[in-house]
Design a protein around this ligand. Structure first.
Ligand code: KMH
Ligand code: ZN
Length: 303
């Protein structure tokens, strides 16, 4: 029988900008509330970024993270997953600072570099409220999302070895699975591994079901028996890919970080709405959702 489905909810991210959706959580209070609601709706893991409360710009300040992390912890049992992906233009030290301060059960770890094109969105959103937004998106044309082996080693030493934090290994393409296999071979990380396959980022693998099938096949060969796999897809591919993951026996991620929509042309009014929708899909497929404690046990988290 298929295991229960671990739902991750990524509540705000560092890609979408405030004028794209009035429902994007920005302030620590909004992020805390969105996260608690997502956990109540069925998310076992909450993936977190912070934003400057004045203008919504992605912000790596540990003080901002420490404003909402304890509140979410107090009001839910969810696994807190602090991003080390950060946002455009942050240094690797900046990307890590909040996680080192928070010493979370889980942190994201991007296991390869890639172009990260979000400028196609510019055509859709013209009502800029903050003057950094058009520049931010335009800059992605010349942006490399840098995650070298040295960067990866740095995160593992500081967080994995230093704090016992386990990772959401973000794999944007087939090669990233092999990067992770090499990292495992070096003995830098120990099982069980949580592999998050990312589809539909321009610069990474496209959101095509054949790609999902192939990445899953290769992941099974590389990590079978010692890993949990999960799927996220950007934008309109979010729900279809989450559904495919549930059908194939995997885990899934939703949240406004990955898509601002809940259906064609319809903005999600909250993160919890997306969690409720995908939970319904999972249950209609005859699977159950994992509690946070089940996720802790299966992923070997420190608790
Ligand atoms: N925004 C996702 C496509 C991270 O925070 O480390 C990737 C992500 C990166 O979640
Ligand atoms: Zn993220």
């Amino acid at each position: 029988m298929a295991k229960s489905v671990i739902i991750t909810c990524a509540t705000t991210g560092g890609i979408h900008t405030p004028t794209m959706s009035e429902y994007l959580p920005i302030t620590p209070t909004e992020i805390a509330q969105a996260s608690v609601e997502a956990a109540e709706a069925g998310a076992a893991i909450i993936h977190l970024h912070a934003r400057n409360p004045e203008n919504g710009k992605p912000d790596p300040s540990p003080e901002l993270f420490m404003d909402f992390l304890p509140r979410i912890k107090q009001q839910s049992n969810a696994v807190l997953n602090v991003s080390t992906g950060g946002g455009l233009g942050m240094t690797r030290e900046e990307r890590l600072r909040a996680a080192v301060k928070a010493s979370p059960e889980m942190a994201s770890l991007n296991v390869g570099s890639l172009n990260f094109g979000i400028f196609p969105m510019m055509a859709k959103y013209k009502d800029w409220k903050h003057d950094w937004e058009p520049k931010f998106l335009e800059m992605t044309k010349d942006f490399i999302f840098r995650n070298t082996f040295a960067d990866i080693e740095y995160v593992i030493k500081e967080l994995g070895d230093g704090h016992g934090t386990k990772f959401e290994f973000e794999c944007y393409d087939l090669g990233h699975l092999y990067n992770l296999a090499w990292i495992v071979e070096q003995g830098w990380v120990k099982p069980p591994f949580f592999v998050q396959m990312v589809f539909g980022i321009l610069g990474g693998v496209g959101a095509d079901l054949d790609n999902l099938m192939h990445m899953h096949t290769i992941a099974e060969k590389l990590f079978g028996g010692s890993y949990e796999w999960s799927v996220l897809a950007a934008g309109r591919h979010q729900m279809p890919f989450a559904t495919q993951a549930a059908l194939l026996g995997g885990n899934l991620r939703v949240g406004l970080e990955d898509s601002l929509y809940i259906g064609p042309g319809e903005k999600a009014k909250s993160n919890a709405d997306q969690v409720r929708k995908v939970r319904q899909i999972v249950e209609n497929l005859g699977r159950t959702i994992a509690t946070a404690d089940e996720a802790r046990q299966r992923l070997g988290l420190k608790g």
